[in-house]
Design a binder for this molecule. Sequence first.
Ligand code: FRU
Length: 494
Amino acid sequence: MQETRTEQLSRAIAYETEHCAPKEAKPLFHVTPPVGWINDPNGFSYYKGEYHLFYQYHPYSTQWGPMHWGHCKTKDFVVWEQLPCALAPDTAYDGQGCFSGSAVEHEGKHILMYTGVSEKQSSDGRVEVLQTQSIAVGDGISYVKYENNPVITAEKLPKGSSAADFRDPKIWKEQDSFYAVIGSKDTDGNGQIALFSSKDAYDWKFEKMLDYCKGEYGKMWECPDFFELDGHHVLLVSPQFMQAQGLEFHSGNGTVYFIGNYDRESFEFTRGNGCQVDYGMDFYAPQTIQAADGRRIMIGWLQNWDNYITPEESEWSGMMTIPRELSVKDGKLVQVPVRELENYHNNRISYRQIKLSENQNRISLDGIKGRCLDMTIDIESGDFEEFHIELAADEKNCTRLSYDRKKKIITTDRTYSGLRKDVITSRSMYVRETDHGLRLRVLLDKYCIELFVNDGEQAMTSLVYTPLSAENIYFSCDSNAVFSITKYEIKMPE
Ligand code: FRU
C-alpha cells in the first residue's frame, strides 16, 4: 500500500523517522509522540489481535498545527510499538486537518472514521470552517481514504446545527449495524450529541440527538463516547468553556460523564447529572475500547488546552494517561490502571504502620523514591488534620499531595515542579475516608502524576516538569498519623 502515500503523508513519516526524540527524554510507560505535538487519543480499537491507538499529531513542532493521525499499537496496554503516521491533511475535505475520530474492525479491515476540516469562502468574502466526517480503510499500518468522502456532512443534522462545530465521531458495531456519536452545536452555541447509524459504515443516517448540554455543562461538547457498562449506559463528553462550580467542573476544558439508561429501539438516553471524570490539571478527550476479555478501558490525553507547560527545549509535547479499567459502582464511574501494569512491577518495598508525629520533620523511607513507580499509601489512623506527601522532591522542587482531613479535600500542588510558565499550579477535590481510612495510589512516570483515590473512586492527573534528579519522597503531618505503603518500580523490557 506504500505507493498510495501522498506527499504530505510521506513527508510526515520521513520527518518522524529522522527526528524521533530519544526515549530517555520521554516517560517510560505512557504513550508519547515520536517527535512533535500530540493531543486527543483517536481510533482506540482492537484489530487482528492487537490494540491500536492513533492520536492527534503535529510532528513538525511542539505546538498544535495541521492535524495528522499518529499511530502505535500494543498487546497489553503498557508496551507500545510505534507505527508510521497514518493520516495527513492532504485532500480538499480535510486539508485543514484530520481531526479526532475512532476505529472499528470489520471483515478483516481496519476502518477509521475521522473529522475532516476544510475552509470555504462565502459570498461576502468570509472564510467559513466546515467539519465533515470521513472514512479511511487500512491493514493496521497503511490507510487509504475512501473515494466518496466525506460520508457525513452537517446537512444531515437537524436545522440550526453548526457546520463548523461538528466533530469527533466515535463509531461502534452492534449486531449487524454501525453507530456513531458525534459532537455538535446548536444555534445557541450549546453542545449536543448526534447519533447516526449505518448498515455498511459508508452510508449514514441521522437517528436522534442523544443528549444536549442544556446550558449546564460548558458549550461545545467534544469527543463523545457512549457505551454499556455494568448494566448502565455511560456517555462521556469533553465540553469546552465550562465554568467551575465549587470544586466540580473547573473552568475551561474538562471531561464529564453521565450514567443512564438507553432504549436501543427508540435511541432514547435517560440520564442523571454530569460528574467529573478526572480532577487533575491535565486530563481531556478520553476514548474507550472494549478489550477482547470484555473490560472497558479508557485512555485520555494527559494535558489540557489552557495549560501549556512543555519546556522550551523539549522535542515532544503531550502524552496519554495509563489506560484505565472502568466500572460503575454505587452510581459512580470507577477507574483503575490496567492490571497488566502489574507485570512490570519490580523491586517491591513495603512498610506497615509507619508512625508519623508532629514533632518530627518530614520523613523519608529507605527505598521509597524514584520517578517511575506505582505506589499505594494507606492512611490508616491518627488524629492529624493535615497529611502531606511530597513527590519528585529535592532541595528546590517538590509536587505536594495534601490531604486536609477537616475539609475532606485533597490538593495537588505543582508550584515547585519545574514550571517556568504562569499557569494553574494546584487543584483540589473532595474525598471520603472509608472504614479503612484513605487509600492513595500514585503512578509516577517522570513527568506525570496520576492519583487514584480509594481504589479508583476518583482520579487526579497532572503534568510536572521537575528535573529528573528530583526523586525523593517525603511524608509529614501536623499531629500524628499511621500509614502503610507498598511501592514498586516500573521496569520495562529493554
Ligand atoms: C479536542 C479537539 C477535538 C478536535 C481535536 C483537534 O481536544 O479540539 O474536538 O477534533 O481536538 O485537534
